[in-house]
Each structure stands twice: as C-alpha cells, then as structure tokens.
Design a protein around this ligand. Sequence first.
Ligand code: ZN
Length: 106
Amino acid sequence: MIQNAGSEPTMSDSTTFVPGDYNAVCDECGFEFKASQLRKRWDGYRVCPKDWEPRHPQEFLRAKPETTRVPWARPEGADAFVASPYDLYTEDGETMTTEDGAPITV
Ligand SMILES: [Zn+2]
C-alpha cells in the first residue's frame, strides 16, 4: 500500500479543477502540480514542496582577504665580489687554470 506522506501533493491534484489555478510541471521531478503548489527555488526552478530546498549557507561565505606581503622591505643591494688570494693546485703542485690559462682562485 502506497501512503501519501502528510499533505504532500500528488499527481492526482493536477486532475482536479481549481478555479484560478492551473497545472504546471515541477522542474526537478517532472510531476504535474497546481501552479500554486510550486515554489521558486534559489536556482530559478519552479519545484514542488518535496524538491524545494534553501540555498546552502556555505555559498554565502566570504573569505577574509589574505595579506601576503611583508610590512616593509628594502630593495636588494648590489652584489659585492671579493677577490680571493688562494689559487687551486693540482696533485702535481701545478696551478689549476681555466681553458684560457687563467689561474682558478677560490
Ligand atoms: Zn518535484
């Protein structure tokens, strides 16, 4: 036996004449209802009471703007190169050189 839950409208409501009302189809389930029974949902659909739902509150959350920069900063200074007095030597005691013949220093 199929029971109708509470006062939930059924398809048979669409077959009865109600002055000033007309039949309409629920955009969600596709069943026929009287137009006065359909409610407009947040997404613009006209739905029956069973398919109506409020918009989820999480969709109204607003994120706090994130501060990603530091409070203050300076521009990077110019590079300072220091000459090293130490030459590299091979195992034989010879000075290591580049392809150009310049000694390699560290
Ligand atoms: Zn429906």
